[in-house]
Structure formats: structure tokens, C-alpha cells
Write a new protein. Structure first.
Length: 255
């Protein structure tokens, strides 16, 4: 049982119309691992993350979280599709952080972080506030608890978005280019928060163009191109001795 990866993506394929965006993509993420997914724009990285938490339904293949198929349940030997509310419960075990934060604009920072646990998770409001303040401290924004998102910088908004995801106590965090929309001077604070999370043992899949982060923080790097995993390995392998020409040419363009 201990060999079950926290996340298993098994031969997932996805097309939009005639556009084959993912081609039998597989990957395993063990508990506590940080995997970075890199690759050119359009290679299917976002679609892969969206298939993991079933914002997109794969055409074929499966995703398993702690051995449980996402979107399905076993009944005897057969798989049955989950109802939307069952899927919502399953999805809560995965936090997702997007490029553009997606905070609730009309809610104060603290409300952004308490809303999910209270409304969806049934947490007591006082406990949710206490947890939210602890999480805001962790991301360095306790003093912004009563501010509205629009008064914050992009980097601060993204750190609130991370705190909001963590408030649901996910088993896995998915990041889709969390620093791509930020001014360069704001990137570091967000990456530092992600580094802290990694050091605390959070399991993370991070789509990123930050090659320094991928090299220094990740345990495993996945290079995608054209909807395929071209190669994957340790950061030392991928950055130090890439085997494939496509990996080499991508890295030579971005580093
Ligand atoms: P990446 O994140 O690596 O840039 P994406 O997964 O966003 O790549 O997109 C891969 C391809 O899938 C692109 O050609 C994109 O236009 C297409 N695509 C993504 N989402 C959709 C969608 N909802 N409908 C149609 N095409 C899509
Ligand atoms: Mg993308």
C-alpha cells in the first residue's frame, strides 16, 4: 500500500475538436514530492492540471488521488461516475492556484480565506478565522486581513489565493503558472511562499516558467511538448543532461 503514489495520472488523453492536446500523459507524484511541469506554450500543461482536478474530463485515461479514481467510484468491479456534489467533495482534496488569482473581489482578504471552510467545509466561523489568520501570517499578509483584493499588489493577491487554497487542507496543491501574471519584482515573494510549502512537505504539481524554482525546489521535472511528456527526471537530469533534442532546444530558449 505504501507504494501507492499520492497522485497518479495514467495515460490521459484529451482533444478539443480536432486538436489533440494531451496524448497518453502519465505521471506519478509521491506524497511530499514537488513536481514541476515545464514546456512551451500550448503544450498542454494547463489542460493536464485541469484534467487532474476534472475541470476538464479526459477523453481516456484516469487520474487517481491516493488510489481513488477522480470522478468515479468503485462499486464491486465497476466504475461509476460521481455526481457533481460527490465530485466537489473529491475535488476539495486538491487546491488549485491560477495565474490570475481568482479571488472574490467583493470580499475582504480574510473572508476569501474563511469562506470555503465555513460554507463548503462546515467549519465553525471562529475556528475558520483563527485558521485564516494563521495562514495569512504564513504568507506574510496578516496585516492585510481586512483589505479588499483590489488594494493589494498581484503578488499579495496570489499569496492570499494560496492561503485560501490551503484553508481547505488539501492533500495536493496544483499551481498553474502562479507567477506569470506578476511584475518581476513581485515574483520572489510568491516563490518563497511556495518554497516554504515545499519544505513543509506539501505535495505540489507546479506548472512554471521559473526555471530557477524548478531546478532548486522540485524533486522531479516533467518536460511536455505537443501534448506528450517528452522526458522527465530529476532537475539534475533535465537541466544538466537532457536526453532529447526538444528538451535541449526548449531549455536553450528559456534559460
Ligand atoms: P499550455 O498550458 O501548455 O500553454 P494549454 O493546455 O492551455 O497549454 O493548451 C493546449 C492547447 O489546447 C492549445 O492549443 C489551446 O488552444 C487548446 N485548448 C485549451 N483549452 C481549450 C478549450 N477549452 N477549448 C479548446 N481548445 C483548448
Ligand atoms: Mg497554460
Amino acid at each position: 500500500m505504501t507504494d501507492i503514489p499520492l497522485l497518479r495520472v495514467e495515460r490521459v488523453s484529451k482533444a478539443f475538436g480536432g486538436n489533440q492536446v494531451l496524448r497518453e500523459v502519465s505521471l506519478d507524484v509521491r506524497a511530499g514530492q514537488v513536481q514541476c511541469v515545464i514546456g512551451p506554450s500550448g503544450s498542454g500543461k494547463s489542460t493536464l492540471l485541469r484534467c487532474v482536478n476534472r475541470l476538464e474530463v479526459p477523453d481516456s485515461g484516469h487520474v487517481y488521488l491516493e488510489g481513488e479514481p477522480i470522478g468515479y467510484r468503485w462499486k464491486g468491479e465497476s466504475l461509476y461516475e460521481l455526481t457533481p456534489s460527490q465530485l466537489a467533495v473529491q475535488r476539495r482534496r486538491m487546491g488549485m492556484v491560477f495565474q490570475n488569482f481568482h479571488l472574490f473581489p467583493h470580499r475582504r482578504v480574510i473572508e476569501n480565506v474563511t469562506e470555503g471552510p465555513v460554507v463548503v467545509g462546515g467549519m465553525d466561523r471562529a475556528a475558520a478565522r483563527e485558521q485564516a489568520m494563521a495562514l495569512l501570517s504564513k504568507v506574510g499578509l496578516a496585516e492585510k486581513a481586512d483589505a479588499f483584493p483590489e488594494s493589494l499588489s498581484g503578488g499579495q493577491q496570489q499569496r492570499v489565493a494560496i492561503a485560501r487554497s490551503l484553508a481547505m487542507r488539501p492533500a495536493l496543491m496544483l499551481f498553474d503558472e502562479p507567477t506569470s501574471a506578476l511584475d518581476p519584482e513581485l515574483v520572489g515573494d510568491v516563490l518563497d511562499v511556495m518554497k516554504d510549502l515545499a519544505n513543509e512537505g506539501m505535495t505540489m504539481v507546479v506548472v512554471t516558467h521559473e526555471m530557477g524554482f524548478a531546478r532548486d525546489v522540485s524533486d522531479h521535472v516533467v518536460f511536455m511538448d505537443g501534448g506528450c511528456v517528452v522526458e522527465s527526471g530529476t532537475p539534475e537530469q533535465i537541466f544538466g543532461a537532457p536526453e532529447h533534442e526538444r528538451t535541449r532546444s526548449f531549455l536553450s530558449r528559456v534559460i
